[in-house]
Design a protein around this ligand. Structure first.
Ligand code: S3P
Length: 428
């Protein structure tokens, strides 16, 4: 439990934790490359650490000194069968991408996870992988523990993504890396594209629809990775900087991959004062520093097609909407109900505790913003969901009293220094 007091403002400069999505992928691809890779700025957060422990269990030698990780890749066919179940902890990305790799590599294994991960659907990856010739045993045919029972070899296929999910896309493409003929994933709405970028996959776009291909002849690059700062972490401060009076926050080293930054553009549509400086590139990913300053926000409507590119930021964008001058809404986000918690219900509970007027829909929220809104001091449930805990903290600091966030240490899943950064920035 953490107590959060109403704050006067937020001021100062902080660096963002390494991007979780990129860290997972860099570790996975380095593990199945032929040779040694070095990953700089690897995340100390629990989820990316889980990916390292999974690959250690599969026989990969991985050393970490500070935030530098050295991985002696065993090659596409060099992973060993694990002796015990592989624990994916809280990490959906680990479970879903790893399943693709194990299915392709022909390694029988059982994946387990914590209570939250064990209640998240795996059907979305079981379905395509079954079409590629892989068998599964899963609790209720859908949930962890999940045992992967690969066939003799993976059957390449064309897969029309039924939902815009980077985890499903990546899972199928990673299984495809082991097929003699190309596997093609067809993606009508672009989701985060780190897998394509880091593996340099062939991507063809026809009338806005992306066709992405992988096969055994795809080179798994042996490269030194430098993981950029996590835009999803930065989003908490972009919102906080916009809603705390007189705030001015500098965020250093933020990854600005265009498939991740919809939340920044949405905030800018709301009138947020965000400047982008020092733009550069870090191993196939754009990076910059950001400065955000307080500005009264206008209401906004987030279009369903924008949702995949701000899916992880919708909880904190909902907090921004509470302080906007009018009614904001987003729909088409029912997948939020299948994240680390049911995030639509979890955000609705935060808003209710704080005294925000809103309506909850099956696939979104409508929030009645008020520029003079001050949150009620409250006790917030994080539901062991890192993004809910951080959203609650930002909301709580904009109150006029003492609030508490339960199970607050879950922020370490993606952002171990979150509470320290909050106190660095706090003006009391
Ligand atoms: C992720 C993809 C998204 C996102 C998750 C990380 C990834 O999940 O919510 O935090 O790294 O591929 P979905 O693919 O389920 O939308």
């Amino acid at each position: 439990m953490k107590y959060v007091y109403g704050l006067k403002s937020l001021k100062g400069a902080i660096s963002m934790p390494p991007d979780k999505s990129i860290a997972h992928r860099a570790a996975m691809f380095a593990s199945i490359a032929d040779g040694t890779s070095v990953i700089e700025n690897y995340s100390a957060a629990a989820d990316p650490q889980t990916t390292l422990s999974c690959f250690r269990q599969l026989g990969v030698t991985i050393d970490q000194v500070g935030d530098t990780v050295t991985i002696k890749g065993v090659g596409r066919d060099g992973l060993s069968s694990p002796e015990t179940a592989i624990d994916c902890g809280n990490s959906g990305t680990t479970a879903r991408l790893l399943t693709g790799i194990l299915a392709g590599a022909g390694i029988e294994a059982t994946l387990i996870g914590d209570d939250s991960l064990s209640s998240r659907t795996m059907k979305r990856i079981i379905n395509p992988l079954q079409q590629m010739g892989v068998n599964f045993e899963a609790r209720n045919g859908d949930f962890l523990p999940l045992t992967i029972k690969p066939g003799n070899s993976i059957t390449p296929m064309k897969y029309d993504l039924p939902i815009p999910s980077a985890q499903v896309k990546s899972c199928v493409l990673l299984a495809g890396l082991f097929g003699t003929k190309p596997t093609e994933v067809i993606e009508p709405v672009i989701s985060r594209d780190h897998t394509e970028r880091l593996l340099n996959l062939e991507v063809e776009t026809n009338a806005g629809v992306r066709h992405i291909r992988s096969s055994r002849s795809t080179d798994i690059p042996l490269q030194n990775y430098a993981v950029p700062g996590d835009f999803s972490a930065a989003a908490f401060w972009l919102v906080a900087g916009s809603i705390y009076p007189n705030a001015e926050i500098e965020l250093k080293n933020v990854g600005l991959n265009p498939t991740r930054t919809a939340a920044m553009h949405i905030l800018q549509r709301m009138g947020a004062d965000i400047s982008v400086t020092n733009e550069r590139s870090s191993v196939s990913e754009p990076v910059a520093d950001l400065v955000v300053r307080f500005k009264q926000l206008k209401p906004v409507e987030i279009r369903p097609e924008e949702v995949p590119n701000c899916i992880d930021e919708l909880p904190i964008l909902s907090v921004a909407m509470a302080f906007a001058d009018g009614i904001s809404t987003f729909r088409g986000a029912s997948d939020l109900r299948h994240k680390e918690s049911d995030r639509l219900a979890a955000v609705a509970a935060l808003l209710k505790e704080a005294g925000v007027r809103f309506e909850e829909h099956e696939d979104g929220l409508t929030i009645f913003g008020d520029p003079s809104f001050v949150a009620k001091p409250a006790t917030y449930e994080s539901l062991h969901d890192h993004r809910i805990a951080m959203s609650a903290a930002i909301l709580a600091g904009r109150s006029d009293g003492k609030s508490s966030v339960k199970d607050a240490s879950c922020t370490a899943i993606s952002y171990p220094k979150f509470w320290e950064d909050l106190s660095t920035l706090s003006v009391v």
